[in-house]
Design a binder for this molecule. Structure first.
Ligand SMILES: [Zn+2]
Ligand SMILES: [Zn+2]
Length: 181
């Protein structure tokens, strides 16, 4: 698995320092439940780092495309992604009391810690999480996908079968043959 490293050597030099970076990494797939979702293009990560004194703020954008399967017709389709994200990088050595970590754990923004000696922060896991969080629960190849026919299994986007006309509630079949005496 490839990794995504953010270079912080430049911004670490002082408050107000900024750094822009654009990188592309090839991720073969990402695990989603019991399924391996394939990437159809490299993951492009654009980041803008700012040293805000107490932390390094990362404003980023992630672009890629996944090969998903439609929840209705089961056909594979391309799902492009363009997701803005935010991370905070904090110097672990500035946190003295254990309670500092606890207090920060309750914050909602994704926080990563680095040590004084580190010039790179590995955010591979965060990037994968961002991708996973943005995969729809029920992906659709198109908003009006007609899905599969429950009778013949045909893709209703492609073929117009006439199963619906024959589809009758079995209770109604009984009624149809029932004749009053
Ligand atoms: Zn579909
Ligand atoms: Zn049908």
């Amino acid at each position: 698995m490839k990794s995504v490293q953010l270079y912080i050597g430049e911004v670490k030099k002082g408050t107000g320092r900024t750094f822009f970076d654009l990188q592309e990494e090839v991720f073969p797939s990402v695990r989603l439940g019991r399924e391996d979702v394939l990437f159809t293009q490299p993951v492009q990560i654009e980041v803008h780092l700012v040293n805000c004194g107490s932390e390094i703020l990362v404003e980023g954008r992630l672009r890629t495309a996944l090969l998903l399967h439609c929840a209705r017709c089961l056909e594979p389709f391309l799902y492009p992604m363009d997701i803005p994200f935010r991370l905070e990088l904090r110097n672990a050595s500035r946190l003295t009391r254990p309670s500092d970590f606890e207090a920060e754990a309750e914050e909602t923004v994704e926080i990563r810690y680095f040590t004084e000696e580190e010039n790179y922060v590995d955010v591979t896991q965060e990037i994968q999480e961002i991708v996973l969080l943005n995969v729809p629960m029920k992906p659709l190849c198109r908003p009006d996908c007609k899905g599969l026919c429950p009778v013949c299994g045909g893709n209703r986007n492609e073929v117009q079968c006439h199963c619906e006309e024959q589809e009758i509630d079995p209770r109604l079949v009984v009624l149809r043959h029932w004749k009053p005496e």
